[in-house]
Design a protein around this ligand. Structure first.
Ligand code: C5P
Length: 301
């Protein structure tokens, strides 16, 4: 449990992710969708959580926008709806009543409503950071269960592996062993997308392409084979709901890239490039075209 000494400040990174494969299998009676998705954490694109001591019982969240001007943080709630605060409230009962309070400064670089997992990653980082901050001894399983309570994508961000096959509603994890470091250019149009709205508008694909095929393709050294196996069941409904996604698709179609696809429930879109250099050149062209948020990154190996 908790020691009585004042904890030191600590910080934690909360990386973004992309979905390289996502198939919606079926609607579930609980309102969620059964899916199989392969997610990969990203390098060089992350939020940061900074934890600082406050008097016992106090909990405070501050938001700092650190991304480019196109990064919208205005729609991120600072109320109890915020996943970081929800994570803190879930863990607080495990700490002693005399435990130090905490001010969490959330430095945002990952755009929201983008399918990049920003909010989920923040929540996972908050759970892990507060667990250390309050010197708790919850096991991995307990933390994973709390993570799943916070959101379907949150357990992924607690995984040791950077690449994971996620099934169920997204919370059942199977690590994927790969050392693929794919250079990516990522873009988010001005308008984001609401995850529930995109899921509501999707048509499940019980007989669609299998994650297994994508995973097998990762084992070959041929990147274009993996490229052909990319899939996202949520892209068709997202394009119907947000024409800016279709616009990004058209722009990237004209580029000679390995492959391109929307991530998660959008509205961010990515292209797998042949090199970081090529990704930087495409990023420059996208910025020139006025795309509101553009970033170069790589999948973590
Ligand atoms: O789990 P999370 O809170 O992130 O999900 C947000 C919303 O996305 C859910 O309320 C649901 O409408 C939709 N969703 C879904 N099936 C999933 C994951 C999310 O329908 N597997």
């Amino acid at each position: 449990m908790l020691g009585s000494r004042q904890p030191a400040s600590l910080s934690r990174q909360a990386p973004a992710k992309v979905n390289l494969f996502l198939r919606v299998l079926a609607r579930r009676p609980d309102g969620f969708h059964e899916l199989e998705t392969v997610m990969a954490r990203l390098e060089r694109l992350q939020d940061t959580l900074l934890l600082e001591p406050l008097p016992p019982g106090q909990l405070e969240l501050r938001l700092v926008a650190a991304g480019p001007a196109g990064l919208a943080v205005g729609d991120i709630p600072l109320t109890d709806e915020n996943l970081v605060l929800k994570a803190a409230r879930l863990l607080q009962p495990l700490a002693s009543p005399a435990a130090a309070g905490v001010r969490i400064t959330l430095v945002k670089r990952v755009p929201s409503a983008a399918g990049l997992g920003g909010g989920s990653s923040d929540a996972a980082a908050a759970l892990a950071a507060l667990h250390d901050y309050w010197s708790l001894d919850a096991g991995q399983n307990q933390l994973r269960a709390l993570a799943a309570q916070l959101g379907s994508d949150v357990p992924f961000f607690l995984a040791d592996s950077a690449w994971v096959l996620c099934t169920g509603r997204g919370e059942v994890l199977t690590p994927v062993s790969t050392s693929r470091r794919l250079p990516l250019v990522l873009a988010r149009p001005a308008a984001g997308l609401s995850t529930p709205a995109v899921f509501r508008a999707c048509t499940p694909e019980p007989h669609g392409p299998a994650a297994e095929t994508f995973l097998k393709s990762l084992k070959t050294s041929n990147t274009s084979q993996s490229a052909q196996a990319l899939h996202n069941s949520l892209q068709t409904p997202a394009v119907r709901l947000n024409s800016q996604v279709a616009e990004l698709q058209r722009i990237l179609q004209r580029e000679n890239v390995v492959a391109h696809q929307m991530t998660g429930s959008g509205s961010a879109y990515f292209a797998i490039c042949y090199s970081v250099r090529q990704a930087c050149c495409i990023a420059a062209r996208l910025r020139q075209l006025g795309v509101s948020w553009v970033q170069v990154s790589c999948t973590s190996a």
